[in-house]
Design a protein around this ligand. Structure first.
Ligand code: 5AD
Length: 349
């Protein structure tokens, strides 16, 4: 039998592989093994989530950021960016529009903006939860103190996304300035879990300096952490960052990693990300066909979308945006899935 097909079977059965086995599977698998991997991922996903795809309304509410990550377009030192911050009223208007479309899960994503103090975030969380008690609120606002995470959880936030970025410390150091710490980021993720959030981690595929071993480390980290959500997408260079001249990550490898993560954590919530859709015309659909089960259309106002430029050519219109919502639903139906109007919680027992 094809050795890699055997590894896929082992991964499905045991939900883990040795680091060397992960690397074998990721590194340019033959057509037969790739197809087999995707088929297994889709089947595992179907057993738990049927043909349902969950929708998250993404609100990019501020692009101010105190951090200076070498890869990110909204880094502090990027002065060619128009900075903006939505008002609480603008944020609730986004939610109104999303709710009318059937969206029951909102993600508040922003840079690490000093204006996002606890009192302000509590006000926004309370406003959304009191207006839409049937909706989930997810925060994606970076590293904070344990007390702050606790306060925002008590105010009603349900979920928190904080990508670990890389499970390898030396690699983390090469992607971030020395003001940021790999250990601190991991501690934040641990604390979020302890507090009771549904937690999401994740990483970029093909970030500068990433090796096969780093990816194996990421997979083992994810397996041990058992997050409810995992966000991965290809690295895409942004022209005003120190990493402007590095090549983008591979769509193919991203798809393989989505499938592997589905087999590692069968019930995980796995988005087909905007970065994947940006690099490849039908990237989102291919993500869903590799085991993803979540899409996150952007429901921010157009002026915000135009300036939340994490990377070059970031999609911000069509089915990526609120105006293209019905197009998004059609594209999901078109590949045999069904977008549901629900909070879309993780079906972990
Ligand atoms: N390419 C792809 N993803 C990026 N992110 C930031 N910059 C880029 C880029 N240039 C991702 C990071 C971050 C998330 C919000 O976006 O992983 O955690």
């Amino acid at each position: 039998m094809n050795r890699l097909v055997g590894l896929v079977d082992k991964l499905r059965r045991e939900r883990i592989l040795q680091p060397g086995e992960f690397i074998e599977l990721l590194n340019n698998p033959d057509e037969q093994s790739r197809k087999y991997l995707f088929a297994q991922a889709v089947e595992v996903r179907r057993q738990i989530y049927g043909d349902e795809v969950y929708i998250r309304g993404l609100i990019e509410f501020t692009n101010y950021c105190r951090n200076n990550c070498y890869y990110c377009g909204i880094r502090r030192d990027n002065s060619s960016l128009q900075r903006y911050r939505l008002t609480p009223e603008e944020i609730t208007t986004c939610c109104d529009q999303g709710y009318a479309l059937g969206i029951r899960s909102f993600v508040l994503q922003g840079g690490e903006d000093a204006a996002n103090n606890d009192a302000y975030m509590v006000e926004i969380i309370r406003a959304i939860k009191s207006r839409f008690p049937d909706c989930a609120v997810t925060l994606s606002i970076g590293e904070r103190s344990r007390d702050s995470y606790q306060t925002l959880f008590a105010a009603g936030a349900d979920r928190y996304l904080l990508r670990h970025e890389t499970a390898n410390e030396a690699h983390y150091v090469s992607l971030h300035p020395s003001t940021m710490s790999w250990a601190h980021r991991r501690r934040c993720i641990e604390q979020l879990k302890e507090i009771g959030y549904q937690v999401g981690c994740g990483f970029m595929v093909g970030s500068p300096g990433q090796t096969w071993q780093h990816l194996a480390d990421d997979l083992l980290y994810i397996r041990n952490l058992e997050p409810h959500m995992v966000g991965i997408g290809p690295f895409i260079p942004q022209h005003d960052t120190p990493f402007a001249h590095y090549p983008a990550g591979s769509v193919e490898l991203t798809l393989i990693l989505l499938a592997v993560i589905r087999l590692l954590l069968p019930d995980v919530l796995l988005p087909a990300t905007t970065a994947l859709g940006t690099l490849c015309a039908n990237g989102r659909e291919r993500g869903l066909l590799a085991g993803a089960n979540v899409v996150m259309p952007n429901i921010s106002p157009a002026y915000a979308r135009e300036n939340y430029l994490l990377y070059d050519n970031k999609l911000n219109s069509g089915s990526e945006a609120v105006e293209g919502y019905y197009e998004l639903l059609r594209s999901i139906e078109g590949i045999g899935y069904h977008a549901v109007s629900a909070r879309g919680d993780c079906k972990r027992l």
